[in-house]
Design a protein around this ligand. Structure first.
Ligand code: AMP
Length: 224
């Protein structure tokens, strides 16, 4: 079982790197934001409960989020592990995850922080566009589609998520950076934390994350 937590502020590139790690490790990419959006589209009780918080750029309450994540990790495709993206976002969630894994003889093997200064994040986030059909991500300046407003991969229209609009971004960053710090400190204290520079190009960030994971797997990373 390999349980990797990807940490970073919104816009740090977690989703992009999670896809790379998924292909490399052969374990599912579990993003709580995606789980909430899927639940909302299906109008499940969790989706409807989460909607107001998501629209306001706020965190969904811990109990709802933890229940949803544990249900996801209990599915067969996660038996060999998972890459968590967007969870944990609070110290309460981090402790709940540790307890859930400990009960199954596991632990968080690595908590990988993709570090990007706060001032870079608003610029990155306000350029993000997502395809309607499958959520393929684009960026107005860093990763534009070949045809404006259209997904390269499936031709579906691109849209900007409500929570990627500038006014929502500022609220989201302010409320989430403090929580991120608490989670980072949690994994610093357990010894699982590894930090990479998220200002580097995508390929270099991937390489740095891969090297950090190899060091963890080889037991040479100085983990106490
Ligand atoms: P994301 O796609 O990770 O930016 O998540 C979109 C929204 O889903 C967030 O703004 C929150 O409202 C909610 N969300 C996702 N993950 C969590 C989490 N671990 N804890 C609380 N709320 C979350």
């Amino acid at each position: 079982m390999m349980l990797v937590v990807l940490l970073g502020a919104p816009g740090a590139g977690k989703g992009t790197q999670a896809a790379v790690l998924r292909d490399r490790l052969g374990i599912p990419h579990v993003a709580t934001g995606d789980l909430f959006r899927t639940a909302l589209r299906a109008a499940t009780p969790i989706g409807l409960e989460a909607k107001a918080y998501m629209d306001a750029g706020q965190l969904v309450p811990d109990d709802v989020t933890i229940r949803m994540l544990e249900e996801r990790l209990g599915r067969p495709d996660a038996a060999a592990g998972a890459i968590l993206d967007g969870f944990p976002r609070t110290a309460v969630q981090a402790r709940a995850l540790d307890a859930f894994l400990a009960a199954r003889g596991g632990r968080v093997d690595a908590a990988l922080l993709i570090d990007v200064p706060a001032e870079d994040l608003v610029a990155r986030l306000s350029g993000r566009w997502i395809c309607r059909a499958a959520g393929h991500p684009y960026h107005a300046t860093m990763n534009p589609p070949r045809v404006a407003g259209t997904c390269d991969l499936d031709g579906s229209p691109l849209y900007q998520r409500d929570d990627d609009r500038p006014e929502t971004i500022r609220a989201r960053l302010a409320s989430q950076l403090a929580d991120l710090d608490a989670v980072v400190e949690h994994y610093r204290s357990t010894g699982a934390l590894r930090t990479v520079d998220g200002r580097e190009p995508i390929g270099e960030v991937s390489a740095a994350l891969g090297a950090a994971l190899e060091a963890v797997a080889a037991g040479t990373s100085g983990r106490a």
